[in-house]
Design a binder for this molecule. Structure first.
Ligand code: NIG
Ligand code: FE
Length: 419
């Protein structure tokens, strides 16, 4: 028996690929559409006139009031578990200091770490939860979230436990990642031992206690070297964690090569990326996750070369990078506007980048990322006429309604508004 019939959709748009290796970013559009949901999955997608003929009588109905229906958005790179804020640093940067200078003076990630290490799990949960709620209001049904502001293992463990608690309290799907971000201040004299402990004790423990499903490392000048990052990620792989890398944010750090060599699920940031590195990533099937809001917010680096990445056959996803230092936003739609303007991506490429290719970055594209028979019924509804408008309205765009697994988990209290 079908569980829910969603009707009165003015336009349904979804990425579609005949086979998973196909790179052409086709978007299927169905005007006057409807969706039939059985349990938590999509049973049928089609035009309303034909679908209404086949639905069983008395099927509960949801009237979409002429909204645009898209797959639930996937934010595949965020750091939303932290306490306090770093608004001062934002203004210091605008007054001329660089991100790396602020970090070298004990600010940046170390400043967040001091606050996290002084906080309880409950406080971390309480301060972080609203960020997940705002993300949901932006149409995000699956969110990847990293630890990374504890630095010391005790702090990291606290963040991963806070994430597990948050997972119980939010309707979205959560992918948890253990991020080895920078060396803790207290271990400056002790770098080798820190790295050894991470490899032999911490990473296997994260995997065996199921605290995260993936491992990430900040491979950059001032964070971890190629060799250190390689050791962490290899230990992660050996413990069956998925692998991803913060790569090439401030220079050619070796992160992109490393991602290709280890066949990481994604390489993220990629502001400094040449054609050789792009070729390696494309060949290894690594998704390039670009984070244009962090480039915007830091105000200093080039935007990633998304056009060249696409031309070389790379899958490109877009994520918020939500974090207190370089990207204080939960708005994935805002990131679309940034990528449209600065990376010259088309409406179809943008849609793919926050749905099916973002799902691919999380290696979850067989379940989520498109509105197709058999996929999980994660849908975002918008008071917009078409996909072109999704990046055109910027700064305040919210979803009108959201379903996760066929359950309505969010409705804008002013859903009558049309953008
Ligand atoms: O992805 N680049 C490394 N990590 C974060 C920023 C962390 C911070 O500044 O708090 C990022 O941009
Ligand atoms: Fe990040």
């Amino acid at each position: 028996m079908a569980d829910l019939f969603i009707r009165n959709i003015s336009l349904l748009a979804t990425p579609l690929c005949a086979n998973r290796e196909e790179i052409i970013r086709r978007v299927k559009k169905i005007p006057r559409a409807a969706i039939l949901i059985h349990d938590d999955r999509i049973a049928e997608v089609g035009d309303e006139a034909s679908l209404s003929q086949v639905i069983p009588r008395n099927t509960p109905t949801y009237d979409a009031h002429g909204m645009l229906a898209l797959p639930g958005l996937v934010d595949c790179h965020t750091h939303p578990v932290f306490v306090g804020n770093r608004a001062q640093e934002f203004h210091q940067r605008n007054a001329g200091k660089s991100y790396l200078e602020i970090a070298a003076a004990g600010g940046g990630i170390q400043a967040s770490a001091r606050q996290v290490n002084a906080a309880s799990i409950e406080q971390i949960v309480k301060e972080s939860l609203p960020r997940f709620n705002r993300s949901l209001a932006c149409g995000v049904t699956t969110i990847e979230s990293k630890s990374g502001y504890g630095l010391e293992w005790q702090g990291e463990e606290k963040l991963l436990l806070a994430l597990s608690e948050i997972e119980k309290r939010i309707p979205q799907r959560l992918h948890k990642t253990f991020l080895i971000h920078v060396l803790p201040e207290t271990r400056k004299q002790d770098r080798e031992a820190f790295c050894r402990e991470a490899v032999t004790e911490i990473i296997p423990q994260v995997a065996s206690r199921n605290l995260a499903s993936a491992i990430d490392v900040f491979c950059e000048n001032g964070a971890f070297t190629y060799d250190e990052a390689r050791a962490f990620l290899t230990a992660g792989k050996d413990s069956a964690l998925q692998v991803t890398v913060h790569a090439n944010q401030f220079g050619h750090s070796g992160g992109a090569e490393l991602a290709a060599e280890l066949q990481a699920r994604s390489a993220d940031h990629l502001e400094f990326l040449d054609e050789r590195e792009i070729g390696l990533l494309a060949q290894a099937g690594v998704v390039g996750v670009i984070l244009p809001a962090s480039v915007f917010f830091l105000g200093a680096s080039p935007y990633p070369p998304a056009r060249t990445m696409i031309e070389h056959g790379m899958r490109v996803a877009i994520a918020t990078d939500m974090n207190p230092g370089s990207s204080m936003t939960e708005s994935l739609p805002f990131c679309l506007t940034c990528a449209a303007v600065h990376c010259r991506m088309s409406p179809e490429e943008l849609l793919w980048a926050v749905t099916l290719d973002a799902a691919r970055a999380l290696r979850d594209d067989s379940n989520i990322g498109s509105l197709e028979q058999g996929k999980l019924a994660d849908i975002s509804f918008w008071n917009l006429p078409d996909i072109e408008s999704l990046s055109y309205h910027f700064g305040n765009l919210r979803a009108a309604a959201v379903t996760v697994g066929g359950r309505i988990v969010y409705e804008d209290c002013d859903a009558s508004r049309r953008y």
